[in-house]
Design a protein around this ligand. Structure first.
Ligand code: FAD
Length: 395
């Protein structure tokens, strides 16, 4: 551990925290990235996939990890939206969007692996994991970060990237707005007989939205997709209660026929779904990024994409201040960061929350409005282009 003062301490080495460390990697700033979990273990156990938008891909290129992901990430070139038993309601094709893919589906474990490899190659970053932060002490020109085991480090700027239940946010005394959707996401990866042709499907069933996200074929050429069931209702009726054979019957009943036979290839995982948004992202010499600042419903696959935009904005400000010989933890810099990111995040929190309410609801008038809205978008090219641009996160 470095006895001297670090320029930056990142609390939480999840996907956001590690990306931030990589973005700061060659800036000349000394960085400590601290996580309570063992990173190799996290690579083994994170069975999720992330829809990486076009804008996020550019950030990951800048972080120096996209080359490692390019072969494993599957482009999304076709998005189909279906509602109940009705035919396809809305179809977005990348050929209608300057031939740019809408995004890429990447395994979280592959993103983590690429980030870890990059961090280990950067001399200015100390990756301190597993190490849990259990307290802070703030002075005028630095913050002391205390480890549960008793040691401590100091940093001029502390960045909380410690997820929804952020200890950093709690210590900063920041209020949050939050609610529970009383929904769960049940996810797993599957293999299927026929190729998916880079198509993503979002199908709204009375029991909740069901998404199929295309993954790259494995090294034996097996076609794969990742699935997300959003379910509400009682836990005793959850898909998690089914045995594998019963679960595969549920999968088969929801997959379009073009995929052929479908089989699970990893364990199901379940995530309770809620919304949380911090009233402030900053305090003297401290800032929050990604899920520590805002956690949203995965319906539009935008949670981490917002987090990547936070880390890019903060990294640019910090690098700029360092290059001009200014204080990287100044109030002015932190205020600018908050101004830059709050509106974008608040807009996505509101849009996602609206989508959850519109698409998780099966009462006839809401269903009617939803179908009419989707049909209208499909027939009005400017509206369609607007939604395609949002999905790409290209700004
Ligand atoms: C089912 C599902 C599907 C999703 N799909 C998408 C998608 O397609 N696209 C998308 O953009 N987003 C998606 N998301 C959202 C995305 O997964 C999250 O936004 C993202 O993982 C948040 O990353 P993070 O690094 O901010 O937080 P986390 O991943 O929660 O990482 C926080 C880290 O902090 C560490 N930590 C916590 N407390 C301490 C402490 N006191 N000391 C040290 N370390 C600590 C933890 O160990 C952890 O590693 C999805 C979410 C779910 C649940």
């Amino acid at each position: 551990m470095n006895e001297d003062i670090y320029d930056i301490a990142i609390i939480g080495g999840g996907l956001a925290g590690m990306s931030l460390a990589c973005l700061l990697g060659d800036s000349g700033l000394s960085v400590a990235c601290i996580d309570q979990a063992d990173p190799e273990q996290q690579i083994k156990t994170d069975g999720r996939t992330t829809a990486v938008s076009y804008g996020s891909r550019k950030i990951l290129e800048e972080a120096g990890i996209w080359d490692d992901l390019d072969q494993q990430a599957c482009p999304i070139d076709d998005i189909r939206i279906l509602d109940g038993a009705s035919p396809v309601l809305l179809n977005f094709l990348s050929t209608e969007a300057e031939d740019k893919s809408f995004g890429w589906i990447a395994d979280n474990s592959a993103i983590r692996k690429a980030l870890l490899k990059r961090i280990q190659s950067l001399k200015t970053i100390d990756h301190l994991a597993p190490q849990k932060i259990s307290d802070f002490a703030r002075e005028d020109d630095h913050v002391k970060c205390l480890f549960q085991e008793g040691e401590a480090i100091k940093a001029r700027l502390v960045i909380g990237a410690d997820g929804r239940g952020s200890f950093t946010r709690e210590w900063m005394g920041v209020r949050t707005r939050e609610w529970n959707y009383r929904q769960r996401a049940v996810i797993c990866a599957v293999e299927h007989e026929h190729p998916h042709d880079n198509m993503a499907v979002e199908h709204f069933w009375p029991s909740g939205p069901f998404a199929i996200l295309p993954m790259a074929d494995d090294d034996k050429g097996i076609h794969r997709s990742s699935v997300v069931f959003t379910e509400h209702g009682k836990k005793k009726d959850s898909l998690m209660r089914l045995d594998n054979t019963e679960f595969e019957v549920e999968l088969a009943s929801r997959f379009p026929k073009e995929y052929g036979t479908v089989r699970m290839i990893n364990e199901r995982m379940c995530f309770p779904l809620s919304l949380i948004h911090a009233a402030e992202y900053i305090a003297p010499r401290m800032a929050l990024v990604a899920d520590a600042a805002h956690g949203i419903h995965p319906i539009a696959g935008q949670g981490l994409n917002l987090g990547f935009r936070d880390v890019k904005a903060l990294a640019d400000l910090v690098r700029g201040a360092h290059e001009c010989g200014e204080d990287i933890g100044s109030d002015e810099l932190l205020q600018t960061y908050q101004r830059q990111r709050r509106f974008d995040n608040m807009s996505m929190v509101a849009v996602t929350d609206g989508l959850v309410r519109l698409f998780s609801n099966n009462i006839p008038p809401v269903r009617f409005i939803r179908r009419a809205g989707l049909k209208a978008v499909s027939k009005f090219p400017p509206a369609k282009r607007f939604f395609m641009k949002q999905a790409m996160g290209d700004r």
